[in-house]
Design a binder for this molecule. Sequence first.
Ligand SMILES: [Zn+2]
Ligand SMILES: [Zn+2]
Length: 144
Amino acid sequence: MRRQQKEERRRVEQERRRLEEERRLLEEERRLLREEQRLFNENRKQQDPIQITETKECSKCLKDLNVKNFSNITYQCGHDVYICRKCIGEHIAHAVNKGSIKILCLENNCHEVLNESDVRKFSNNEIFERHIYDKFCIIGNSYF
Ligand SMILES: [Zn+2]
Ligand SMILES: [Zn+2]
């Protein structure tokens, strides 16, 4: 009877050790999987350079440009911007040169009116001052 108990205890102890070893191996495997996943992600990052995700084609000049070259045309615009800052600047300059004081967003179907700070954002001093001057003259001549 005592021998049997002893035998039994030894068996349990063996089993416990086996389970412990198994758990250790599982943990090791999990660690390796995580490491593999990390290397995989790193590799993928290297394969598609950031450039690809950070450029956009301007729908006007058709140039592939860094997303930094795009910004909301007016404060109220809720749409995505597909026209680069330079093209918007040209659109504004063209409108100002025509003597127009009401400059509209040129993205498809938007037609929001650009306010002064929108015009400022895309124009050089000369264009901006002319815009302000034209606006002042027209309002000064009791246009409203
Ligand atoms: Zn453009
Ligand atoms: Zn717009």
